[in-house]
Structure formats: C-alpha cells, structure tokens
Design a protein around this ligand. Structure first.
Ligand code: URA
Length: 273
C-alpha cells in the first residue's frame, strides 16, 4: 500500500487498527536501535569537515551617493529649515538614508513640545512607531512616559531618534545610517534649543557622544555634547533603554536614578559665572 497517497486515508487506517485494540506495530525484521545510536555518537565525535563561511558583511551604505555626499546634502537641506514642520517635511523627502527604502512605512520624526527644555534621543523607530508615525509610542515608549511622568518631565520632553526610519527587523542602525540622519537631528537641537539631552540606549549614546563604551558604563554620567560647528554645548546624560528595562526589570532602579539626576539638574537654579 502506498502510504504517501492521502494522509486522511492513513489516519483512518490507524484509527481502525486502534479501535481494534492494536496499540503497537512491528516490522518483520528487528531493528538494532543501539547500533544506530552508537553510529550517531561516533559521527558526533568526529569533527565535521570545515565549512567555508563567508564573512558577514556590514550592510553596504546603499546604492546611491557615498556617505560624505549624503551628509553634505543632509546638512544643506536641514540648514534651510527654519522651523520643525519644515524640518519634518525635509526629512520625509530626504532619500539619502538607505533605511528609507528597506521596508519602513514612513519617516518618524518627533513628538513633544517644540520649546521643551529636555530632548530625548532614542535609537530608532520600531514597529509601533513605524505604524503610527511618532517616536516611542510602543511598549518601551509607554514605560519611558511613565518614568518621565513620575519624574515630572513628561510634558517637558521633545522626543526623537538617531535615525528616522525603522531599521528592518528592528536591527540596530549602522553608524553610517546615523551619520546620514545626524544633520537633521542637529538642526532639531538648534531649533528646539533644549537645556540638556537624555540619550536613551547604547546606540544613541555611542553615536551622539562618539564613544565606544557600552551603555552600562556610560549611563548615569554627564557628558558634554558639542555641535559639529563647535558653537553649541549641552550636557548629555546616557541612560538605559526602556526596551532593556522591560527585559531586565531589576535594572529599572539604575534608570530611575538617571531620571532623578536629570530632573534635579534641569530644575537647578542657573548661577551665572
Ligand atoms: N525605541 C527607540 O529607540 N525609539 C523609538 O522611537 C521606539 C523604540
């Protein structure tokens, strides 16, 4: 009988035998399972022949112009924007960041008051942000908002990211993708004029501060961010990403300490030198 014919026929035949009280089936000849196992163990002990693995290439920077050209274009476009709506439109029209054509639905630029004293810079939009067109609106963003609210900072924060399109599969944006978006981010800082920056997660902190250390070493320490023309300096505080806190709730204490440091400095009376 050809058992590969129809699975329903096989099922019905098995049900027939089961109804008849047949609970096990045997082949005509015995099978030595121990010999099979020994052969498998031998095969496992023998080293497998080396397989040629191609090195994983960093994603190329796209098929268009090189990074320097893209950054020059981005600087010119961003510099021509005199307010945030114009900047958002320029970002949406910008084709220099390869992420734009890697499955993102739309550009995700910012949310929050345009005169906020605090600017929060995350890593990159995720699926919820891509769908809704605003940064930090998914589960991680909701946790961020709860922490900001508890620290009295919720309505005082302008929220954005190092890149404006969702990376495919939520991978970390590459330094090149961040560099392509950086002139727009810098222009946003010039237009909002925050008093300080909160850098959320390692990909943000490393890119904005040009540092190599991990976020666990950077967080909770004040750094000085300097604009590319050297004219603006702002205190910047790296902290843990709320997506990390959702996976590691025990780390929330550290993030809360960072939040309190931030709110204390934000409200500290300014003493002129
Ligand atoms: N994570 C980020 O870093 N940014 C977002 O906007 C959402 C999640």
């Amino acid at each position: 009988m050809d058992l590969a014919v129809d699975p329903r026929a096989v099922e019905s035949l098995l049900a027939f035998w089961a109804d008849a009280g047949v609970e096990a089936s045997y082949a005509d000849e015995p099978i030595d399972r121990l010999a099979e196992g020994a052969a498998m163990l031998r095969a496992r002990r023998e080293p497998a022949p080396p397989v040629a693995v191609a090195p994983i290439a960093a994603p190329a920077f796209g098929r268009g112009p090189d990074l320097d050209t893209v950054v020059t274009q981005a600087k010119a476009l961003a510099g021509a924007c005199n307010d945030l709506p114009a900047l958002a439109a320029a970002i949406a029209a910008f084709d220099g960041c390869p992420l734009k054509t890697q499955g993102a639905r739309q550009a995700v630029v910012s949310r929050g008051p345009v005169d906020a004293p605090l600017m929060i810079i995350g890593e990159a939009p995720g699926a919820d942000e891509d769908a809704q067109g605003a940064p930090f609106v998914g589960k991680a963003g909701q946790l961020l908002d709860r922490m900001l609210k508890a620290a009295g900072l919720l309505d005082r924060a302008f929220v954005t990211n190092t890149v404006f399109w969702r990376p495919p599969g939520n991978r970390t944006p590459t330094p090149q993708e961040q560099a392509a978006c950086a002139p727009f981010l810098e222009r946003a800082i010039e237009l909002v004029q925050p008093k300080m920056l909160l850098l959320v997660g390692g990909a943000s902190a490393k890119s904005i501060l040009s540092r190599d250390e991990g976020i666990l070493s950077l967080r909770g320490r004040w750094f000085e961010w300097t604009s590319s023309d050297g004219r603006t300096e702002l205190p910047a505080l790296p902290t843990l990403h709320p997506a990390f806190l959702l996976r590691q709730p025990a780390a929330k204490k550290k993030a809360w300490i960072d939040m309190l440091m931030l709110s204390e400095r934000l409200d500290r009376p300014h003493r002129p030198n």
